[in-house]
Ligand binder design. Structure first.
Ligand code: OAD
Length: 236
């Protein structure tokens, strides 16, 4: 399996990665789903933490939860999988992750489908936005421009993805000759739909995950293993 995947990765001229929370798991960031009992959606209700309605109903609770995640991220370091991906300079990275670990590993081109936890913007969309200090995240605060609450610049359930990010990801997946899919349960659309899209457009698909997923049916090669152990072998 690894040898087949190594060949596909080496031969690729337009490789693209599509990653999910499993990519950052070995950096100490919890995934949302999967067998891990600590997975975020096993401990928290996404409807209470990751929807615009949840923020409207209880902005303090949502802000505190993101402050906790921000502090964890401030302490985290890129792992061997981030470094291996970043080392392939011609690879474009599409990620569902809101962390900046790919960038910190040196990746040049990263498309964040679900936004970034490193910024806040006005919940009323007046246009005000700001970078935040992850080690010392701001408390719930009003927008300095319009007085509505500031919120994390991430995509919540029920919200549209940033248009430019989605368009860029679709174009990359249609044009790539290899899609390397890492650490995603492939359950959330439209991100998950990029996998069949690339396959139909004739890319080879390699999956790396600690468990089998629905996306397996689109894979040319499916490798069950930890991203931090598998990716250095594929890309080294
Ligand atoms: P999930 O938590 O749904 O899936 C993580 C996947 O990573 C699972 O399939 C695990 O088996 C796998 N995994 C865990 N550790 C791994 C490791 N060390 N190496 C390789 N694989 C590993 O995360 P996503 O698919 O990213 O959205 O979830 C998609 C979206 O759902 C997220 O962006 C988030 C979430 O709700 C929002 O918050 C809007």
């Amino acid at each position: 399996m690894i040898d087949d995947a190594v060949k596909l990765v080496r031969l690729a001229r337009r490789p693209v990665s599509l990653s999910g929370a499993g990519l950052s798991a070995e950096s100490g960031l919890e995934t949302f789903r999967g067998r891990d009992p600590e997975a975020l959606w096993s401990k928290h209700d996404p409807l209470q933490m990751a929807t615009p309605e949840a923020f409207e109903a209880n902005p303090q609770q949502v802000t505190d939860w993101y402050a906790w995640r921000r502090k964890v991220l401030a302490q985290a370091e890129p792992n061997a999988a981030h470094r291996a991906l970043a080392s392939r300079e011609s690879m474009l990275h599409v990620t569902q992750n809101v962390d900046d670990l790919l960038e910190r590993a040196g990746a040049r081109e990263v498309i964040h489908l679900h936004g970034t936890i490193g910024r806040n913007h006005c919940a009323a969309n007046c246009g005000h936005e700001e970078a935040i200090d992850m080690a010392d995240p701001p408390p719930l605060a009003p927008c300095p421009t319009c007085g509505k609450w500031m919120r994390p610049s991430v995509v919540w359930f029920g919200e549209s993805l940033p248009e430019a990010a989605l368009e860029g990801a679709i174009e990359a997946c249609v044009e790539c000759d290899l899609l390397l899919v890492i650490g995603t349960s492939a359950t959330v659309n439209p991100a998950a739909s990029l996998i069949p899209l690339a396959k139909e457009a004739s890319a080879r698909v390699v999956l790396v995950n600690t468990e089998e997923t629905e996306a397996g049916r689109f894979a040319d090669v499916e490798i069950i293993g930890k991203a931090g152990e598998v990716l250095p072998k594929l890309l080294g």
